[in-house]
Every structure is written in C-alpha cells, then in structure tokens.
Design a protein around this ligand. Structure first.
Ligand SMILES: CC(C)(COP(=O)(O)OP(=O)(O)OC[C@H]1O[C@@H](n2cnc3c(N)ncnc32)[C@H](O)[C@@H]1OP(=O)(O)O)[C@@H](O)C(=O)NCCC(=O)NCCS
Length: 262
C-alpha cells in the first residue's frame, strides 16, 4: 500500500492524529508536551508507511521538534521512524541495582556533616518542586524542565509514592534543599526515579548515603533489587550505580525529528 494513499486528520480535541486508508484506520499518533517544552509522540500503528504522513501532520500542527523514545531492539519501529525523518538523539541503559548492603558496599555510607534527611512527605512542596526543576537541568534529556505546581503534586503523591523511599537532603546551616533520592513503588517493582545533588553538594558521599537509606527501606519490604535508567553519557551516574554492583539489562533510544519551517 503506497503512503500517498493515506489521508491524515487530527482527532479533536485530543492531541491525536489518525491516518486513514479509505475507510480503514492505518494508524494513529498522539503527542504530549512535556514540562521541558519538548513534544513527545507515541505511534500506534503496524504499518510502516503510516509513520511519515503522521509525523508530517504533527510537525505541521505543533511547529516544533518532535521526540520519541523506543526500546533499542524495536528495529522495525526504529526503521519506520528513520523513514519519517527521526534521527538518534541520545541513549539510555537500564540497570538492575542490588539492595543488599553486602553487595553494594553501602553499609557504612554516612551522610556528610551538615546535611539532614527529610521525607518528601514532610517537605515543603513548593521548595521540593523548585529543587526538582534545578536538579533536572543537569540530567541529560530533561534540561529546561519547569513543573506546573499541580502536575508536580499529582506526580509526587500519586500511587507510586512511598514516604520511606522519597528523601530530601537538607543543608543544616541554611535549610536549603540540597538534593534528593526517590524510588517509586511501581507495579513491576521498585524503580529509581532520580538520585541527584545540587552541584555544590556533590562528591561528598551524599548520594551513596541517600541510596543506603532508601535501599534499606526497599529491602525491608522484600525487594532484592531496584531498576534505573541512565543516559549513556552520564559518567557520574553510571560510575555511582555500577560501583554498587548494578548490571545493565537493556536500553532505549531517544530520537528527534528536527522542525524545518516551511
Ligand atoms: C550522580 C550524582 C547524583 C552523584 O552524587 P554525589 O553525591 O556527588 O555522589 P557521591 O559523592 O556519593 O559519589 C559516589 C560515587 O559515585 C561516583 N561519582 C560521583 N560523581 C562522579 C563524577 N563526577 N565522575 C565520576 N564518578 C563519579 C564515584 O564512584 C563516587 O565515589 P568516589 O567519590 O569514592 O569516587 C551527582 O553527580 C548528580 O547529582 N548529578 C546530576 C544529576 C544526575 O545526573 N543524576 C542521575 C540521574 S539518573
């Protein structure tokens, strides 16, 4: 079936576009604007020839670069996205981190002097949001992130929240929120959502101490490992996690389709 045979229409009011082959649906794509102002698309089609006209329609309507994340072994979808103008932007690896302190070596990891730990449940939600925004500027792939307050609250205190595994490091001298760790209780098991310190507080052992605390809570609930995704260029994070005995078990690739104004 030739791509030229497909017609594409936006389904309003949703951010979804549908490709039609006569009276039959050939595929759909939906788009989401993230808090870092990046448009991510999600294809729902099994026809390779539906990707280019669907991507063209989204690009025309939103007028911005488009992003998509695929598993690195989704070869057919990767080829179809390449034909639709997407190119590789960055890669992440999936790691499984053991929680047993005898394996991680975290048993004696101490919080650096001058820092305290607070559960996110007891933190000021506005200051926590600003900390999250600040930390994301240094995480590959999320630069420019600015949370909407209501969205941040909903995401933080959703079904995956655990007050014992979402901790904030606080500077005793001025009360500044200095960094955080969060492990979500997902259906598939515990997942490290973020471990990050503001730049002045790095390389003093704070990340290891935060991980020691949350891994202890996770292990007490019976989980022997935590999964995480890390950008392959994030040397500090890869060194931190592999230093705990983390093993790579897969990965994904983020693609970008650069907007070319007509
Ligand atoms: C990754 C990060 C959380 C580490 O925090 P930290 O408090 O500095 O880490 P620690 O002091 O506990 O360091 C523990 C180990 O991690 C590794 N590590 C930390 N920073 C490193 C760096 N810049 N380069 C190489 N290895 C590094 C080292 O093995 C270190 O042990 P060592 O100091 O004995 O050599 C911090 O660099 C950060 O916030 N980065 C930006 C946010 C980010 O990318 N987070 C990860 C998202 S998945």
């Amino acid at each position: 079936m030739a791509a030229a045979a497909l017609t594409v229409a936006r389904i309003r009011p949703a951010l979804t576009w549908r490709a039609l082959d006569g009276g039959l649906v050939a595929g759909e794509v939906s788009a989401r604007l993230r808090p870092d102002a990046r448009w991510f698309v999600f294809f729902d089609t099994w026809r390779a020839d539906a990707y280019p006209p669907l991507a063209d329609a989204v690009a025309r309507d939103v007028g911005r670069d488009l992003y998509i994340t695929l598993e690195d072994a989704e070869f057919d979808a990767l080829d179809a996205c390449a034909a639709a103008g997407f190119v590789e932007h960055r890669r992440e690896s999936y790691y499984r981190i053991p929680t047993d302190p005898a394996v991680t070596g975290l048993a004696n990891a101490q919080l650096p002097a001058g820092l305290d730990i607070l559960s996110a449940a007891d933190a000021d939600i506005g200051r926590l949001r600003l900390l999250d925004d600040a930390l994301r500027q240094d995480v590959p792939g999320t630069q420019g992130w600015r949370w909407d307050p209501d969205e941040f609250r909903a995401e933080t205190f959703g079904p995956f929240f655990d007050p014992a595994t979402y901790l904030v490091a606080v500077d005793q001298t001025n009360g500044e929120y200095a960094g955080l760790v969060r492990v979500w209780r997902t259906r598939a098991g515990p997942r490290l959502g973020l471990i990050a310190m503001l730049a002045p507080y790095r390389r003093r052992g704070a990340a290891r101490a935060l991980l020691r605390r949350v891994f202890g809570a996770v292990a007490a609930r019976g989980a022997t490992s935590v999964v995480a995704e890390v950008d392959d260029t994030n040397e500090a994070s890869v060194a931190l996690l592999t230093g705990l005995g983390a093993r790579r078990y897969g990965g994904n690739v983020e693609l970008i389709r650069r907007h070319a104004p007509a």
